[in-house]
Design a protein around this ligand. Structure first.
Ligand code: UDP
Ligand code: MG
Length: 321
C-alpha cells in the first residue's frame, strides 16, 4: 500500500510567491505519484494565516482548478507556529506523513524525496537541516547561528540549523497533539515527542520574491519565546547569580571589618557597604528560589504528557500495535 503525503505550507501575505510555489510543489507531488512513491490521494495544503492581501483568493483559485490543492483559512493572523500546527492537526487524519515547509521555497523541495525515503525506512521524524548558509548575508548568518547557540545555552534543545522544514509521520503527529502548549515553539517540542528521527541536509536558497517576516527584532522575540517556553534555566541563572553575590558579600564583610578595626574607614562605611552587598545578594537569591517554584508551576500548567508509548505488545491478543 502506498502512503499518503500532505505538504503543509503556512502563508502570510504571500501573494507574490504563492503561484510559483504551488506550481513547483504540484510538479513535485505529481512526479512522486507517477513514480509510485506516494499515493494519488496526496495533497498540498496551504494555510492562510489571516493574510491581508490576495493570498486566500489565490488558494481558492488553486483549489478550484485542481483537487491536489487544499486550503485552510485561519480566522486571523496567529503567527507562523500556530498556523503550522493548525495545518498539521487538520490534515493528519488524512495523511500517513506530513511535510511542513515555508511558502517562499527557500527550503530546497528536492529534499522531499530523501525525506520520504527516510520515512519508508522507518523514521517518524525527518528534520531538514541547512548544510550551508552561503546565500544568506553575513549578518543573517551570524544572527541566525547566534540564535541556535543562544537557545542551547539557555537550555532549550533544538536541532542546529533546522527550521520548520520537516517530515512527521501520522503517529508522531498524533502524539504532538497531546502537547497542550499555548506558547508554541514547535522546533523544541518535536524532539520531545521522540521516536526514531534523522536529518536530511539541503542548501537554503534566497527568498525569490516578497519579504522575510522574520527580521532581527522578531527573531529575537522568537528566541526569547523559545527559551521561556522550553526551559527554566534563566531562573536558575538568577539564583546562582544571587548565590555568588551573597558569597562575595561575606568576603566583603570580612574585608570591611578588617578595614574597620585597622581604623582605615570613615564611620558608617562598613555597615553601609556590607548591607548593600548582603541585601542585594540575598534578594537575588530569594527571587531565584521563588522563581524555582514558579518554574515548577509553569511546567505543571503545560500538562505535557509524561510519557509516550511507542509500541504496545499485547500478549493476550498476540498482536503488535
Ligand atoms: N508566516 C505565517 N504567519 C506569520 C508570519 C509568517 O504563516 O505571521 C509564514 C510565511 O508566509 C512563510 C513562513 O511563515 O511561509 C516563514 O516566514 P519567512 O519566510 O518570512 O521567514 P524567514 O524564512 O525569513 O525566517
Ligand atoms: Mg523564508
Amino acid at each position: 500500500m502506498k502512503h499518503t503525503l500532505y505538504i503543509v505550507v503556512p502563508c502570510y501575505n504571500e501573494e507574490e510567491v504563492l503561484e510559483v510555489t504551488a506550481k513547483a510543489l504540484k510538479e513535485k507531488i505529481e512526479h512522486l505519484i507517477k513514480h509510485n512513491k506516494i499515493s494519488s490521494n496526496s495533497k498540498i495544503c496551504f494555510v492562510d494565516d489571516g493574510s491581508k492581501d490576495r493570498t486566500w483568493q489565490i488558494i481558492t483559485k488553486l483549489h478550484n482548478s485542481n483537487s491536489l490543492f487544499s486550503g485552510i483559512k485561519l480566522s486571523r493572523n496567529r503567527g507562523h507556529q500556530n498556523a503550522l500546527l493548525c495545518g498539521l492537526m487538520t490534515v493528519k487524519g488524512y495523511a500517513d506523513m506530513v511535510i511542513s515547509m515555508d511558502a517562499d521555497l527557500q527550503d530546497d523541495i528536492n529534499a522531499v524525496d530523501e525525506m520520504i525515503e527516510k520515512y519508508l525506512e522507518g523514521y517518524h521524524v525527518v528534520y531538514g537541516v541547512r548544510s550551508a548558509r552561503t546565500t544568506d548575508t553575513l549578518f543573517k548568518r551570524f544572527t541566525a547561528e547566534g540564535f541556535y547557540k543562544l537557545m542551547s545555552f539557555f537550555g532549550a534543545e533544538v536541532v542546529f540549523n533546522h527550521a520548520d522544514y520537516r517530515l512527521m509521520s501520522k503517529r508522531a503527529l498524533d502524539e504532538l497533539e497531546s502537547f497542550k502548549e499555548v506558547n508554541l515553539f514547535l522546533r523544541g517540542i518535536v524532539p520531545m515527542v521522540g521516536f526514531p528521527s534523522c536529518n536530511v541536509y539541503y542548501e537554503r536558497k534566497e527568498r525569490f520574491a516578497g519579504e522575510s517576516k522574520y527580521p532581527l527584532k522578531r527573531m529575537l522575540s522568537f528566541a526569547f519565546e523559545g527559551i521561556t517556553s522550553l526551559s527554566v534555566k534563566p531562573i536558575k541563572l538568577i539564583m546562582s547569580l544571587g548565590g555568588s553575590i551573597f558569597i562575595v558579600s561575606i568576603i566583603m564583610l570580612l574585608y570591611s571589618l578588617i578595614q574597620h578595626f585597622n581604623g582605615n574607614t570613615v564611620s558608617g562605611w562598613t555597615s553601609l557597604i556590607v548591607s548593600i552587598w548582603a541585601l542585594g545578594g540575598l534578594q537575588l537569591m530569594a527571587i531565584g528560589i521563588i522563581g524555582q517554584y514558579i518554574g515548577k508551576v509553569y511546567l505543571e500548567t503545560k500538562e505535557r504528557p509524561r510519557f509516550i508509548v511507542e509500541q504496545f505488545l499485547d500478549e493476550k491478543e498476540g498482536n503488535t500495535q
